[in-house]
Each structure stands twice: as structure tokens, then as C-alpha cells.
Design a protein. Structure first.
Length: 137
């Protein structure tokens, strides 16, 4: 099941990150400035939904590379369609709750209007002038 695999990946990666942080070896792995700006804008967005989208979509893609990372609802159909809300609610929301609600403490991040479509537009929620480099996969 996608959520189970995603939860395993998140747990393993978070343990690595915590270990690096404890050892004083945690650093920013992104060296593409536009991508770093886009990530920062996403996880710090005034709209809580956008804070959950990036970790949910990336984690889902890591758990199953055949998924379309722009897809929000399995109802969209077609190759790579999946229900991102299931992963958000089953994996990301509990992770957020366990980690001081760093993403904002939303119980239902994929229920709001920004995520009501079946596919996430590439530029939504991104600051003007931010490149889409690296987000088209």
C-alpha cells in the first residue's frame, strides 16, 4: 500500500536527518537557488495546504516512482493517478503532529480549495519570478 511504503520512507529518512542534526552534520543538500526558493516558499506558505503538498507529493513519488507527482486525486484517471489526500492524511499529518506541527497543524490539508482540483498546477503557490526548475517530474 502506498501510504505504508511512504511512512516507511519518511521514518527512515527522518531518522537519518535527526542523526545528522545531532552530530552537527546537517546541511542544506539543495544547491539550485531557484529550487531552494520554491521549496522554502512552499513549506512556509501563508496557505497551509501548500505546506503539505510538497512533502506529500515527493514522498508519494519516492514510494512509487510510476506516480504522477502533479496528481491530487485518483479520479483524474490515467497513468500515475493516485489519491494524494490519503498519503497526506495517513502519513504527513501524523508526522506533522509528532513534530510540533512544523507544517501548520492542519488536520485536513487536502480538503481546501487549493487542492480541490484533480491535478496540481505547476505554478500555484509559487512566488512571482520563481523558476519551475526541477518541479516538472
Amino acid at each position: 500500500m502506498l501510504s505504508d511504503k511512504a511512512a516507511e520512507i519518511l521514518k527512515a529518512e527522518w531518522e537519518k536527518i535527526c542523526s545528522l542534526a545531532e552530530g552537527g552534520k546537517l546541511r542544506d543538500w539543495l544547491d539550485e537557488s531557484n529550487l531552494l526558493k520554491a521549496v522554502h516558499a512552499s513549506v512556509n506558505s501563508r496557505t497551509k495546504t501548500y505546506r503539505y503538498v510538497l512533502p506529500t507529493q515527493i514522498l508519494s513519488k519516492l514510494a512509487d516512482p510510476s506516480l504522477d507527482s502533479h496528481c491530487l486525486q485518483a479520479l483524474r484517471g490515467g497513468q500515475g493517478a493516485f489519491d494524494a489526500r490519503t498519503v497526506a492524511h495517513g502519513v504527513i499529518v501524523p508526522f506533522d503532529q509528532e513534530n510540533e506541527s512544523v507544517l501548520g497543524g492542519s488536520q485536513e490539508p487536502y480538503v481546501s480549495n487549493p487542492s480541490a482540483s484533480r491535478r496540481f498546477p505547476l505554478n500555484i503557490g509559487m512566488p512571482r519570478g520563481t523558476s519551475q526548475v526541477g518541479i516538472n517530474s
